[in-house]
Write a protein that binds this ligand. Sequence first.
Ligand code: GLY
Ligand code: MN
Ligand code: MN
Length: 462
Amino acid sequence: MNSLTELVQPIAVGVYRARRERVLAALRAQGGGVAILPTAPEVMRNRDTDYPFRHDSYFYYLTGFNEPEAVLVLDADAQDGEPASILFCREKNAERETWEGFRFGPEGALDAFGLDAALPVAALDDEMPRLIADSPALHYALGTSAELDAQVRGWLAAVRAQGRSGVRAPATVHHLLPLLDEMRLVKDEHEIGIMRRAASISAEAHRRAMQACRPGMREFEIEAELLYTFRRHGAQAPAYGSIVAAGANACVLHYPAGNAIAREGDLILIDAACELDGYASDITRTFPAGGRFTPAQRELYDIVLAAQAAAVEATRPGVSFDAPHQAALKVLSQGLLDTGILDKTKVGTLDDVLAQRAYAPFYMHRTGHWIGMDVHDAGEYREAGGPLDEQGARPWRTLLPGMALTIEPGLYVRASADVPERYWDIGIRIEDDAILTDTGCELITREVPVAADEIEALMRAS
Ligand code: GLY
Ligand code: MN
Ligand code: MN
């Protein structure tokens, strides 16, 4: 039997401490101040049942602490010997721990998380006015939480009430998140290690689902194979609602796994992946329910796969975030012309299709997004400055080593008199997770096959 302490995972204390030091240094460079970063609130589901608690990603990025009711305070004005990293957390409580499990308590958290000080969260309203008094600025997630806004107002009011004793309230407030967004955008080795493990688990789940799939199964039965694999390997949860779509359902982009039957001749689109230790993965594969693509499915599948290959090739440091999308659009659009899904006599040449966005009825989403702690991860997609384009938008960001993004082209052809019938109701997406290297990118989700022949071979082997 496990002892309670065995259930506590080792914590990469140095990683979190180094991130806090980076934030403190950045705040000092801005003239100092106090940063305040609460974790996520607990949310009631009904009566005395809560939704599963999931920490706030920014808070976890700087602490590794995943208990609810916790606040990190970083005091960039702290003098030598004064605490700069302070955690407010729940106190130990024998009765509550009997019901809900282990709590570190401030004393336990202090060393376990490499903090300078840890205090009971119940003392927050008493301590904060003292911590922010005479500080030049506050840094917090502006306008993201009515509760935090109200707390800050209360602490400011408490400092101002002591005005006659000579203390001053901070005169400036900065939005804290852009600084953290920039840090989170480039992943460190610790993060990449966890992301690789999450990707492996998710890839195994996809392999298992492909091998389990038989005509006649319902979507939720296939989903069960995924969820089983996630948990079996210790992933805490799916990183997002699992999409398991049979046949025409694959043309609904965010279709949740339902109870439709996978029939012989259908394609199954699975977009599902786990969250492990605070990090998401995101994989889509599309495969034939009966183990063999029809000729029409195979044609479209190979177009999407070629579009993905072109996007992967375009994913390298120094190019624009938009480059993989543009590369995929070219291949997809050419494929739409070659198959006659787009009628050349109506839409013109490849350049016309791209300029007029004539592909949009069949490809309506972008080719990727940042991925990390959140499946659609933090980080700006556009540069902070630079010339505006025709749509009035700032330039796309330039890709850098250590960034992580998905590469996920697709084609979705609904039944319509305007397109050849052989392609009706085919929805295909292929999605992998890429880490930018010094020269290109590495796909960390390729432990599940992606070539049509390899998918068919895996399904035959089951
Ligand atoms: N699974 C969500 C996405 O692909 O963006
Ligand atoms: Mn995605
Ligand atoms: Mn996805």
